[in-house]
Write a protein that binds this ligand. Structure first.
Ligand code: MN
Ligand code: MN
Length: 483
């Protein structure tokens, strides 16, 4: 008997059956799958991210204080044709301006071709980072060395700042009316500075203390000189030796230090981390890792439709107070000035404006997984983080972006093929934090937090992913260009 071979026939107009079950297909349709840089970005984009981060690392090395970041930001703006703005001056579409706010914050804007009342596209990031500032009377000597007294700035773990190489950066307004910038410890031939710690052999008492009090704030004294001035008759020769060296190099005296802003920052340079070079370790990623891509995305814009506005903010780490912090009025002063010049209603301008508050988020760290909630944390290499709300406790102190605005941003990122993720800052009640978002949204401007996830945030040497930096750049660019 002949064996009958049955060949399956596919009727016309019917799709070939997939191997997937109904449940599998439904799951594919309904579930959300978070991609990462390796299954969600092309190799071309990952290569572009690697290239993008070469100048970013240089920016970090040149911008360890807000003043230095402002100088670097001005260079970026001037290279793209931006010029200083004067209140009340005439403006027209395509004009590019910047305002150097007291050397400590920078506002950059391009006039769009559409009416100002359609709103301004704002992006803001801060350029101050946790550090140690010198006190007004910093210099003293003790048992054969000269030290500088400091007062820490921003949220630091004090024990992280001992036994690491440190550099001195700052600005001194001298009593003769001139100003001098100081930077020692960054050139490979420079000396570095240092805060000592007790040796473990004698650290039993310290080891018994909670970590938060292991190093006292008043012991963060920086060793700067350990040899005496060569003169038998003078006293305080160690202090004299330091001041003599500073006078020789910068022409400054102890009295000048009373009117100075001098910061002690880690002397380490930005370096690629890991054999695959996916990550960068550096001081001050928070928040220059958002400031750099945000500024670049704005200064590169040529003849934009929207008026674009980018801010390097100061004082975020201490509450955004003062004229250079985001609680200051400069941004809305400029908006009012532009509205006045261009015949627009400032209230309408603000109501139709949109803002990206670009700041870092905490990247999930499996070593400390207990402090995070894994389903709602941001991760390195999973793209720019869109953070609906920050704050602490029951969302205290947050700008909570509306569902409409979050939806707008998500749809924009999906449409542009930009890798993004969401993330809360840690598990509920683990702590919390805030950004400048709330200060901008209070001006009747829709604002959302976006940014780069960071490992070891606020440590002297922080870690980020190059792919997340690049996706943050693409996010700001898409936001600026979206009609
Ligand atoms: Mn920050
Ligand atoms: Mn911070």
């Amino acid at each position: 008997m002949e064996e009958k071979i049955l060949t399956p026939e596919t009727p016309e107009n019917e799709e070939p059956k997939s191997d997937k079950s109904k449940g599998q297909e439904l799951k594919e349709k309904l579930f959300y799958e978070q991609k990462d840089a390796f299954n969600g970005l092309t190799k071309e984009i990952r290569d572009a991210a690697q290239a993008f981060c070469v100048p970013y690392a240089k920016f970090l090395d040149n911008a360890k204080t807000e003043r230095e970041a402002v100088n670097e930001g001005i260079k970026m703006a001037e290279a793209h044709g931006f010029v200083p703005y004067t209140f009340g001056q005439p403006v027209k579409a395509g004009d590019k301006f910047y305002i150097n706010n007291r050397g400590k914050s920078l506002h950059v804007f391009v006039i769009g071709s559409e009416p100002l009342e359609n709103g301004i596209r704002i992006s803001a990031a801060h350029v101050d980072s946790p550090r140690l500032d010198l006190k007004q009377h910093p210099v003293y000597e003790d048992n054969g060395a000269c030290y500088l007294k400091t007062h820490y700035y921003g949220g630091i773990k004090k024990w992280q700042w001992v036994t690491i190489p440190l550099a001195i950066h700052g600005t001194v307004c001298k009593n003769d009316g001139t100003t001098v910038d100081i930077c020692i410890g960054e050139d490979d031939n420079d000396p570095i500075f240092y805060i000592t710690d007790i040796l473990p052999h004698l650290g039993h008492e310290q080891n018994g203390r909670p970590m938060g009090s292991a190093i006292d704030g008043e012991s963060l004294n920086v060793m700067v000189t350990a040899s005496p001035y060569d003169d038998d008759k003078a006293d305080q020769k160690y202090k004299l030796n330091f001041l003599a060296a500073m006078y020789e190099k910068y022409g400054i005296t102890e009295r000048d230090l009373m009117s100075a802003e001098i910061s002690i920052v880690p002397a380490m340079k930005a370096r690629d981390l890991g054999l695959d070079r996916a990550l960068i370790a550096a001081y001050g990623h928070d928040d220059r890792v958002c400031a750099y891509p945000m500024m670049l995305a704005t200064v590169e814009a040529e003849n934009p439709v929207h008026t674009l506005y980018a801010i390097f903010a100061d004082k975020e780490e201490t509450g955004s107070d003062g004229p250079t912090g985001m609680q200051g009025s400069l941004m809305t002063d400029v908006f009012a000035d532009l509205a006045n010049t261009m015949g627009a209603n400032i209230n309408v301008v603000r109501a139709n404006s949109k803002c990206l508050s670009a700041d870092v988020n905490a990247a999930f760290d499996p070593k400390f997984g207990g402090q995070f909630e894994a389903r709602n944390s941001s991760y390195i290499n999973k793209g720019v983080v869109v953070t609906k709300y920050t704050g602490g406790g029951g969302k205290g102190g947050t700008n909570d972006a509306s569902a409409e605005y979050v939806g707008y941003i998500h749809n924009l990122l999906i449409r542009e093929g930009i890798l993004f993720q969401t993330g809360e800052l840690g598990r509920v009640d683990a702590g919390g934090g805030g950004t400048v978002a709330k200060f901008i949204s209070m001006k009747n401007i829709d604002t959302i937090d976006i940014g780069v996830p960071v490992l070891s945030m606020h440590a002297p040497y922080e870690v980020v992913s190059k792919y997340d930096i690049y996706e943050t750049y693409r996010c700001v660019k898409a936001f600026n260009e979206d009609i």
